[in-house]
Design a protein around this ligand. Structure first.
Ligand code: FAD
Length: 520
């Protein structure tokens, strides 16, 4: 197989190709058009344009192949189709993701048995549900002054709307019933509302889910100085005297290794593999991998009855099995530290009688994500003596739920039953607590902080303490205990880091141009 023409040097090397890596590529393409950018992704391209959400692939067989191709070393393992289908103690990944083969739990600890990753162009952003709420209260990062502007930018890059499911059957009923149970005494921003989603409708009415392709946009794809290299594993960030100098890349098609010099390096390789790459590169700040957190998740399901008879919706059985009709949002508050994602489904997660067809949207899947009680000891560590399937240092996850976590989970269970009863008739007696890791929202492992005090890995601009020119991106950067879905926040923080790089590169290019003019 022929050698790929990896560049000898670029201005910016980006590791990973998910939404946060793509945010760097987009902002740099817009704000530093003279900069050369190379993006390296260990997984294959599975959709078109590269990074597109696999749900946009209409043909089911092709969609399943794209999901399988994203499952890295776990491809071929049985997967689950809906969160409610995971049984206690069962380890199964969601389609398009794969689980750790070992090191996910240790005796006396809870571990993260279903911590998952995706290896494909677009990362998990090719498989996600696309819920993009803004955080509030203690979820927000108080020391980043321009968060609201950054959220605006992140919503632009992700294509966030609240109208994709307007007019969906039963959604007004779900909204009315949830609001009656929740809204009293809440600030307007914390009342029940449609979930902001990175989804839009095409003129023909079909739904288009945003993936990394939307984040990259034409600005990146048409940038002649941008190149994406798939099936390319970055094995090391090189650095010299406290400054990042480039990356070492392994071409997964040939096994050959290459050095690419770079003035800036961005590692956006997810909350488990970003600290892994820093560790493998000998960059090991005290807080690396620590304060790892996942949002404990409680699920329940109810069925809306009586509305068909009352003439409020049409009775129309559905063909789609996992299609959703609408998503309502019950926002987090500091008093009720859960984030509610209430999805109307076109099929039931619980088996129903065969002669009992599901009316689309009438099954309501309720999910509450809880904010974790952050602990320094919760961490992803690495074993230099053992290699994972990619040849990187093996992950060792140490993770415990605290007493406070158990209390919050109990409160979430009571609340979800109350919400389920408010919207319809519960399909099950008790709510179900998903195994740790199921949220797919891992945070904290490369957290940002105001100063280099051993409690954080990077600055508010996402630059790693002690290694100038090295930036980290992704949910791992988020330092607060969030309950809401984190991607919008991670993309917002990526925008800030990318703006810093763009400014620095543009001013250094201007300076070298003026030096050239003087020399002439
Ligand atoms: P990822 O998207 O994980 O991308 C990281 C990429 O880096 C991967 O492609 C990986 O292969 C690559 N990589 C890793 N190591 C290396 C290396 N050494 N060299 C080269 N490449 C490397 N979030 C929400 O906010 N809302 C939701 O509704 C939501 N729903 C979800 C539903 C599902 C089923 C899934 C799977 C996820 C969901 N998420 C959701 C999570 C969301 O997808 C992630 O938060 C988001 O994709 C993170 O973006 P990222 O760019 O940081 O990382």
């Amino acid at each position: 197989m022929s050698q790929r023409p990896y560049p000898a040097s670029v201005d910016v090397a980006i590791v990973g190709s998910g939404p946060t890596a793509s945010a760097y590529a987009r902002i740099l393409s817009e704000e530093a058009p003279n900069a050369t950018i190379a993006m390296f992704e260990v997984g294959p391209t599975v959709s078109n344009p590269p990074g597109a959400h696999v749900k946009n692939i209409v043909d089911e067989e092709r969609r399943v192949l794209a999901q399988r191709a994203s499952e890295g070393p776990g491809a071929g393992a049985a997967t689950v189709s809906s969160p409610g289908a995971v049984k206690s103690g069962e380890r199964r990944a969601r389609p398009g993701t794969y689980l750790l083969s070992d090191g996910y739990a240790f005796p006396g600890e809870d571990g993260l048995p279903v911590a998952a990753m995706s290896s494909n162009v677009g990362g998990m952003g090719a498989h996600w549900t696309a819920a993009c709420p803004r955080p509030s209260g203690k979820e927000r990062i108080g020391f980043v002054p321009d968060m609201d502007q950054l959220f605006n930018e992140a919503e632009r890059l992700l294509g966030v709307t609240t109208h994709a499911f307007d007019g969906a059957p039963f959604s007004d009923i779900v909204h009315e019933r949830l609001a009656a149970a929740v809204d009293e005494g809440r600030d307007p921003a914390a009342k029940v509302q449609p979930m902001p989603l990175a989804v839009h409708r095409e003129p023909d009415g079909s739904l288009m889910w945003s993936g990394a392709d939307v984040v990259m946009g034409d600005a990146t794809r048409q940038n002649p100085r941008f190149e994406l290299f798939d099936e390319s594993l970055v094995t090391k960030v090189t650095h010299d005297g406290g400054t990042a100098s480039g990356v070492e890349v392994q071409d997964r098609r040939t096994g050959t290794s290459h050095r690419v010099a770079a003035r800036r390096v961005v590692v956006a390789a997810d909350a488990l593999r970003t600290p892994q790459l820093l560790w493998a590169s000998g960059i090991r700040p005290d807080a690396l991998g620590r304060y790892l957190n996942d949002q404990p998740q409680v699920v329940f399901a109810s069925r809306i009855e009586g509305a068909v008879e009352a003439g409020r919706v049409e009775a129309k059985p559905t063909a789609g099995l996992t299609q959703q009709s609408g998503v309502a949002w019950v926002p987090y508050t500091d008093d009720m530290p859960f984030h509610g994602q209430i999805m109307q489904l076109d099929a039931s997660p619980v088996p129903l009688a065969e002669d009992d067809p599901v009316v689309p949207g009438s099954i309501v899947g309720l999910g509450l994500f809880c904010a974790k009680d952050l602990q320094r000891e919760d961490r992803v560590a690495f074993d230099d003596g053992v290699r994972d399937a990619y040849g990187m240092p093996a992950m060792r996850i140490h993770y415990k739920l605290t007493e406070r976590d158990h209390e919050v989970i109990e409160r979430a269970k009571a609340e979800i039953v109350r919400l389920g009863q408010a919207v319809g008739k519960p399909l099950d007696e008790r709510p179900f607590v998903l195994p740790p890791g199921a949220s797919l929202h891992y945070q904290g492992s490369t957290r940002m902080g105001l100063e280099d005090d051993g409690e954080s890995v990077c600055s508010p601009d996402s630059e790693v303490w002690g290694v100038s020119g090295l930036f980290v991106a992704g949910n791992g950067v988020i330092p607060t205990p969030t309950a809401c879905n984190p991607t919008l926040t991670a993309v917002a923080l990526a925008v800030r880091g990318a703006m810093k790089i763009a400014k620095e590169l543009e001013s250094s290019l201007l300076m070298s141009e003026s030096d050239n003019r003087i020399a002439k």
